[in-house]
Structure formats: C-alpha cells, structure tokens
Design a protein around this ligand. Structure first.
Ligand SMILES: [Zn+2]
Length: 383
C-alpha cells in the first residue's frame, strides 16, 4: 500500500500549474510590506500544502526551503521531471524583497482550482482565457462597427481623466473595460501622482527604492527599457521622472484623483497590450501597400493582411507566460485556416517551444519583429 502511494504523481501540466500558482501566491505574501508576519506564515503553510501535493511523498521542500526558493529561479521549486518552460527562469522575489513584475499575471495564467487559495489571491478567480472570452462576448454584442470602435478605445485610452474618457466613449461609456480609479490599482502612485507608460499608456508600477527615490516602470515594457527613477530634488510637488532605461521617453505625472481612471489589469494585459501590437502591424503592413482589415467578422481573428498573392490571418497575444498561452491555445479548437500567433519580441526565446507544442494545429508563433520581416520580404517579392 505504501509503495503504491509513493508512486502517485500528478500529471506534469497540473503539477506545474499548481506549483507556479502557489509559489506566486506565497511570493506575493512574502513581498507584501503591509502583511503581518503571522498572516504571512499562514499563507506560506497553505501554499506549501498545494506545492507538496505535486511531489512524491517525502520529497517536497520544507517550509524554510520553500521560503528560500521563492528568491531563486522557479525551476528549482519544480518536482523532478516537471518542465516549467520559460517561467522556470523567473525569480519571484528579488534581493530587495520586491515581487517580480509579472507575478500577478503569471499566477492568473496558471490558475488551478485549489480550495481557499484562489480567494486569497483575488485576481486569480478566473482563468485568463475565460476573462478574455467574457469581455469579447460583450463586445461582439455591439456589432462590427461598435466592436472595432470599442477595441480601439481600449487600446488607445486604457487610462485617463474621466471627462476625456466619457467624451471618447460617448454612448458606450462606461460599459466596457472595467475602468476604475487609478488609485485602486495599488502600487502606481508616488505622492498622489501616477505615470502613464509611453508605450501602452497604462499606469506604470511605482516601488520605493533606496534613498527616498522611487523606481517607476511599466510591467510589460520594463524589459524594453521603459523604466525611471524619481528625482528627490523636485520634491515636494509633482515628482519628476529621470530615465533609467534606454527607451524611457518623457512622461508627465498625472494626479491620482478619483476622476483619473484606468482599465482593469486583465483588460490591459489581454486587450490593450496585444492591441498595441496589432496597431503596430497594421501600420507597418499599410506602409508596405498591403490591404489590412482589423478584427474581421467580429474578431474571428485580429488582423487580415493581404500583400500581393500572400494572405495572413494574425492573432496578437501578450500573455506574461508564453507556455500558459500555448496551453490555452491547445485547449481550444484549431482554427479552420492557418493562423499566425504574434507575441512580444522579448518572448523570442519561447517561440520554438510554443511551436513544438502547437505542431499540427494550423498555428505558428512568431515575434512582432519576425512577423514584420515576413511582410517586408513579401513586399520585396511582390515588386
Ligand atoms: Zn507599457
């Protein structure tokens, strides 16, 4: 009997999802300066219980090891034989005790039904693709014209002043996007001011750094060099940002008052971010003389591009975890015709793994730059 129990191991995908989600939930507690130590210990025990279920009896980490491993690459927390994919390199809590930028979305994308845990991690109530599906179903009820208009507004105005938003959305306000006061997002304010990312326009995350200075960076675009620090010399008053990354363009602080609103995190992650890639591809293709339509037939897919004899059907995806994305794509029906899945450039190392997983499903993953190169080549050949 004993031997039988010790051989029982979860299916590898389920094991990976449980460990990733429980580790993210534990890391968020460890990194939360407002949480009492007793509550942190209780959360860690609960998360360790979830992690342990993925291990053979007697091989799970102890509480002390679990706590230490949250500061190391996630792969070290995986049971033998379970491949975490690219999230394996992720360090959830850095040396300054800060939660890594993508932890919340990674957790959402790996959510598994575990009693208790999901409630304590409020953003993880639904799997990411269910959230996406709920919003798109509501948008589709607008018909093609309204659908395209609403999608464009969620991309162009993911945050701003109520007056501006109401004017732009007009009769559709406030039905879509789950806009809420910027201050509700937490961790985006410096002395009552917030800062829109120059790439996606959503509020950037603000974290206290050493010496009374704040680090302000976009969670999705910090890897592209959109990161700042505040200059203490300008206090008090509106904090001024100094570039700390290669692509940190000028940004003005906005007051984080009740009438400054932003779309919810899932809308930003699964609509605004891919929408920015879609608009970039659309503009690139049009410059090459291609025929482009956005979200044809109520979003059967995102973009239809025709250039000479070539036709592409494209979906853009900006998930924090490319492997979770591949699993979500595998869970659905394969498309009727070939579909290009375009992902952000910084996820290039994950492309081959995604394509291995999607083999035979009429889908090819490419980076945004890779897709543009394909269009450039087709344009040269068409001349
Ligand atoms: Zn951004």
């Amino acid at each position: 009997m004993k031997g039988k129990v010790s051989r029982t191991l979860m299916e590898p995908t389920a094991a990976r999802d449980s460990v990733v989600m429980a580790a993210c939930a534990a890391a968020s507690a460890v990194a939360d300066p407002a949480m009492a130590d007793r509550d942190k210990a209780a959360r860690l025990m609960e998360c360790l219980g979830v992690v342990s279920a993925a291990f053979l009896i007697g091989t799970a980490p102890t509480l002390r090891e679990f706590r230490r491993l949250l500061h190391e690459p996630l792969i070290r927390l995986m049971p033998t034989g379970v491949d975490p994919g690219p999230v394996g390199d992720l360090v959830l809590v850095d040396e300054t005790g800060r939660l890594c930028d993508e932890a919340e979305d990674i957790c959402r994308e790996h959510v598994v039904p575990v009693a208790g845990l999901a409630e304590r991690w409020p953003v993880a109530r639904l799997r990411a693709e269910q959230e996406e599906w709920r919003l798109y179903r509501a948008l589709r009820s607008l018909g093609q014209g309204g659908y395209v208009r609403a999608r464009e507004l969620l991309v162009d105005l993911p945050a701003g002043e109520l007056r501006v938003l109401r004017h732009a959305w007009d009769d559709l306000w406030p039905r879509f996007g789950d806009y809420a006061p910027v201050s509700d997002l937490g961790r985006v304010q410096v002395d009552g001011w917030w800062f829109p990312c120059p790439a996606c326009r959503w509020p950037m995350r603000a974290e206290p750094a050493a010496g009374g200075v704040w680090r302000v960076a976009c969670e999705a675009h910090a890897a592209r060099g959109i990161a700042y620090t505040t200059s203490p010399a300008d206090w008090p008053g509106r904090p001024v940002l100094a570039a700390a990354g290669r692509h940190a363009g000028k940004v003005e602080g906005q007051p984080a008052t009740a009438d400054h609103l932003a779309v919810s995190r899932p809308v930003w992650r699964y609509v605004t971010l891919p929408g920015a890639m879609e608009a970039d591809l659309r503009d690139h293709a049009r410059r090459l003389g291609a025929d482009v339509s956005m979200w044809p037939n109520l979003d059967e897919f995102d973009l239809h591009i025709q250039l000479g004899r070539n036709v592409w059907r494209i979906d853009a995806k900006a998930w924090a975890s490319p492997v979770a994305l591949a699993h979500a794509l595998l869970a659905g029906e394969p498309p009727d015709q070939h579909l290009e899945i375009v992902i952000p450039d910084h996820q290039r190392p994950a492309c081959a793994a995604i394509n291995d997983m999607l083999a035979g499903r009429r889908m090819t993953a490419r980076t945004l730059s890779g897709m543009k190169r394909l269009l450039d080549r087709a344009a040269r050949e068409a001349r």
